[in-house]
Ligand binder design. Structure first.
Ligand code: ADP
Ligand code: MG
Length: 704
């Protein structure tokens, strides 16, 4: 059993400063410190960014045209020219031990910039013989570093460097670390668990990773390190979920047939199958006596609100309070209006709590909430601010919470904290599975797959060039004249970079001025943006909702949830600047009524990525598919709606690149926790690691 973990010898070796390694010394240690590599342990866990595979390097005489070969040679000549059909041909000639081979590229003239004479490179691909010379068409190219031109075989790891540090130097230092210390790394996973998950022993894994004899070894070693990283995180989530399930007592909120009928009568429609299924899952949780922590996922417009309101009314019927928190004031107002209208005939005491209440109104409302006189509250983040205490909160609904990380889930206060409230989190738009498993990995998940009947496909097109733009505005004017309404959405205002010719996005204000004096001068156009005060904002929204305003120019204030059925036109300026899920969300704002909806993606960007991304939107309306594509192309930041990607507490794993492994680690982690195996003494080292890294994450939110 691996408890010799704490043996001082072991700990010492791994915590030793890097400068005592062969080839390091104080100077290189200082360079390594810039890469945050200060101890032997840091070095051992420093993942190569890629590898140079020289195992299959072949002599030119032995090339054949039937399989993939790799040749190694020195760049002697580069040549680019135009050929028939307006195409370009780029060629790079290599000297490989006195024999010449050529690499060829069509229509990729930029490739020549990546070569210079004298450089040592590898070409891999299926060669063809042409006029007595072997040619590789579009070969995979590997550049041997200046320092490794003599490398002739094997697999060489390549690490991220810093100015002044050379590849062979860091390689030598890491080699020494591995050879002297990898064997001393304590194994924290029991043998049976490793066997079940095909994981090499840790010391061996580190050797395989940094000093691989084959690509299989490299991949196996690397997999072990990534798996460990993901495993700890998923165990933390699984433990958190288990604590909720077993320890958090919550009010029992049963749904009787009578309550069910009363609630359904309040909706002006019948629930879809997907909504009914969601209601069943939620009501089962509410009746269980253990706190619900559930994520409700569905595409835009699937009708999450009705499902949430159903649950809220179950709580009220059982004599408990309930609250719905929305991310913006516009949305809080809208939910409030919908709920308020539905409850007009009822005696449910309800309040809207946002930042626009006067101090006196706010004090009164908080009093009523604390005394339990109010049963239902709708609000913004104002509902979780200091001073808001519920007498007996049964269910909290958090709408569109995908902007929060797993560590910052909202916390509601109660005056008496004998029980915890049930919590339902809703996301604005589908989340890719692997992101869901990390960001919301501790929650139970409900997915609504269907949409209410009669939903139409929004006609979507990318608008590029003057002619297309003219036609688009013509079309928009025609629709407006027919009585429809339009949104025009502009990207966030970007700061102009000093001394840079970089294109600066026109602000919503500029677009508003232009449209109201030019393209749309015959129509009533209004502007809404984040810097306006609340009163102004809700006035503008009101005027758009009532039809008074025909065109609403905005930043992404309207991104989430706004519902105006007569709006059928969504024009998005510089669409390439938005995340795909965000565009999908915006598109979901139109075509909600009986008229056909249209989405115009104005974009002059011609990069392959931009075109590919916008094409995804033109070709599918499935939000789950779009989310996956967005995630693959741009990573989690966009999908989460945050700028920074580093939200996730992982050391070496990356949830885009390693998403398959993530699922494996998750299954293993949840199996360990749910079966109780994790509580066996042999898993103690893992538990310590998890606590050490994620203790904070696992702290249950305390009520009160
Ligand atoms: P989202 O899931 O995007 O939050 P909403 O809850 O805002 O969607 O619902 C979108 C629209 O669909 C609203 O106008 C709502 O009244 C309507 N709706 C919801 N459920 C149904 C249903 N079962 N049948 C018809 N319309 C529905
Ligand atoms: Mg919504």
């Amino acid at each position: 059993m691996g408890i010799d973990l704490t043996s001082p010898v072991t700990a010492d070796v791994l915590s030793e400063p890097v400068q005592f390694l062969k080839g390091a010394g104080p100077e290189r240690a200082a360079l390594l410190a810039r890469l945050e590599l200060t101890t032997v342990r840091d070095l051992l866990w420093y993942l190569p960014r890629d590898v140079l595979d020289l195992t299959d390097v072949c002599e030119v005489q032995k090339l054949t045209s039937d399989k993939v070969h790799t040749v190694r040679g020195e760049v002697v000549e580069m040549d680019g020219r135009q050929i028939a059909g307006g195409r370009s041909l780029s060629a790079v000639l290599l000297n490989s031990d006195g024999q010449f081979v050529r690499g060829l590229w069509f229509n990729q003239s930029w490739i020549l910039q990546k070569f210079r004479p004298g450089q040592i490179v590898l070409f891999s691909g299926k060669p063809k013989k042409h006029a007595g010379r072997w040619e590789f068409s579009h070969p995979r190219v590997q550049y041997l570093d200046e320092d490794d031109p003599n490398a002739t075989g094997g697999i060489l790891c390549r690490y991220g460097l810093t100015e002044g540090l050379r590849m062979w130097e860091i390689r030598r230092i890491i080699r020494d670390a591995v050879e002297r210390c990898a064997g001393a790394v304590p194994e924290r996973l029991p043998e049976s668990f490793r066997a079940a998950n095909a994981l090499p022993q840790i010391g061996e894994a580190l050797r395989q990773l940094h000093l691989p004899k084959s690509m299989d070894e490299y991949n196996a070693g690397r997999r072990r390190l990534l798996f460990d990283d993901l495993l700890d995180f998923q165990i933390a989530l699984a433990v958190r979920r288990r604590m909720w399930k077993t320890q958090e007592d919550a009010p029992k909120l049963p749904t009787t047939a009578k309550i069910d009928a009363r609630i359904r009568r309040l909706f002006p429609f019948t629930l879809t199958d997907g909504q009914n299924q969601a209601v069943r899952e939620i009501t089962a949780d509410l009746a269980s006596g253990k706190a619900m922590h559930r994520l409700l996922q569905a595409d835009v417009g699937a009708g999450k609100t009705a499902v949430a309101v159903y649950g809220m009314l179950v709580a009220v019927a059982a004599g408990w309070q309930t609250v719905m928190m929305a991310p913006t004031e516009v949305l809080a107002n809208q939910h409030w209006e919908m709920i308020d209208a539905a409850l007009r005939e009822s005696r449910v005491n309800r309040r809207l709590l946002t930042g626009s209440l006067t101090a006196a109104q706010r004090r009164k409302t908080l009093d009523e909430i604390a005394r339990g006189e109010v049963s239902l509250v709708v609000g913004t983040q104002a509902v979780i601010q200091q001073g808001v205490k519920f007498a007996k909160l049964g269910l909290a609904v958090i709408d569109e919470q995908h902007k929060f990380g797993v560590e910052q889930r909202a916390h509601f206060s109660m005056t008496e904290a004998a029980v915890s409230p049930h919590v339902l989190v809703m996301t604005a738009t589908p989340i890719p599975r692997s992101l869901c498993l990390t960001q919301f990995g501790d929650l139970d998940i409900t997915i609504i797959k269907d949409l209410p009947p009669g939903r139409q496909k929004i006609v979507t097109g990318r608008i590029t060039g003057t002619a297309a733009r003219t036609r688009a505005w013509d079309f928009i004017r025609k629709q407006l004249r027919a009585g429809r309404q339009a949104y025009v959405v502009c990207p966030r205002i970007e700061e102009k970079v000093e001394d840079s010719a970089e294109y600066v996005a026109p602000s919503a204000e500029q677009v508003y001025r232009r449209l109201s004096t030019d393209e749309l001068r015959d129509f009533r156009v209004a502007l809404i943006h984040g810097q306006m005060d609340r009163v102004q904002k809700s006035e503008v929204m009101e005027s758009f909702r009532s039809g008074e305003t025909q065109v609403l120019v905005s930043t992404t204030v309207i991104e989430v949830g706004v519902d105006v059925p007569n709006a059928t036109l969504m024009a998005i300026m510089q669409a390439e600047r938005f995340g795909l899920s965000q565009l999908h969300q915006l598109r979901g704002r139109v075509g909600r009524g009986k008229f056909q909806g249209y989405c115009f993606l104005f974009s002059e960007a011609d990069s392959a990525e931009a075109v590919k991304r916008l094409h995804v939107l033109e070709s599918t309306t499935d939000g789950f598919e779009i989310a996956e594509a967005d995630f693959e192309i741009r990573g989690p930041g966009d999908v989460l709606g945050t700028r920074q990607h580093g939200d996730l507490p992982l050391k070496v794993a990356n949830i885009v690149r390693d998403r398959e492994l993530l699922v494996e680690a998750r299954d293993a982690a949840f199996q360990l926790v749910d079966s109780g195996e994790i509580d066996q003494p042999e898993f103690l080292p893992v538990k310590f690691d998890v606590l050490d890294r994620f203790g904070r994450l696992m702290d249950l939110p305390q009520s009160g």
